[in-house]
Design a protein around this ligand. Structure first.
Ligand SMILES: C[S@@+](CC[C@H](N)C(=O)[O-])C[C@H]1O[C@@H](n2cnc3c(N)ncnc32)[C@H](O)[C@@H]1O
Length: 199
């Protein structure tokens, strides 16, 4: 991960910042704050993930897992309006920003404050994840496993992770839990990994 962030620290002094971004033919504006991931710019890994992401035919429900201030979910909903989009994060400040950023960019989606899937009681056709590397391997791998459990049959988990942050060992682990694991891109050391649940 390229940005410093601190989870669940409501006492942290606010430092609201706004930036704009053009992607997929749309211009977006995002509010960020201290205490959220990559607060000065759209993270390169997340950008690489969103640029290459395409929903499979028939996919309807989508989860931006660990949404931060909401750039992935906002861009995906704007680009693929037919998707029913949910965003979730464990960090209350991130969740509040995600709600504001959806409104700011004129898109409707559901936002949930949740540690992993604890507060999420539905399954999805698609889950996108830029994992919280700083939270540690145990949490990252449990998000992989829980994602598999919360995918519909034929559903897909798309992940971006840097080689130096353990992309190759993630691939090895994911192969134990998903029938199809595909590295669909390697962009400047960022692996985009698509995992398909086949039942
Ligand atoms: C690498 S950041 C990605 C943020 C955002 N998707 C983006 O692209 O800017 C990972 C996010 O995962 C969140 N996170 C960490 N642990 C989590 C958990 N147990 N459950 C849900 N989200 C978590 C962090 O708060 C952080 O926002």
């Amino acid at each position: 991960m390229s940005g410093q962030y601190f989870e669940n620290n409501p006492g942290l002094k606010h430092d609201i910042h706004e930036y704009s971004l053009s992607m997929n033919g749309n211009t977006f504006r995002f509010l960020t704050d201290s205490g959220v991931f990559s607060r000065n710019f759209f993270d390169f890994g997340s950008k690489s993930l969103v640029e290459i992401f395409k929903p499979y035919e028939g996919a309807k429900s989508f989860l931006d897992l660990g949404c931060g201030y909401g750039p992935i979910g906002t861009i995906v909903k704007k680009t693929f309006p037919f998707l029913d989009v949910t965003l979730s994060d464990v960090n209350p400040r991130a969740v509040e920003l995600a709600e504001q950023n959806l409104l700011k960019n004129g898109v409707l989606a559901n936002v949930i404050l949740s540690d992993g899937f604890n507060e999420i009681n539905q399954s999805f056709d698609l889950i996108l994840l830029n994992p919280p590397i700083r939270a540690g391997k145990q949490i990252v791998y449990s998000l992989y496993i829980e994602s598999e459990k919360h995918l519909n049959p034929m559903g897909e988990l798309w992940i971006v992770i840097q080689k130096k942050q353990g992309a190759e060992s993630s691939v090895k682990f994911l192969k134990e839990h998903f029938k199809i694991v595909e590295i669909i891109d390697k962009n400047k050391g960022y692996f985009i990994i698509k995992n398909k649940k086949v039942v």
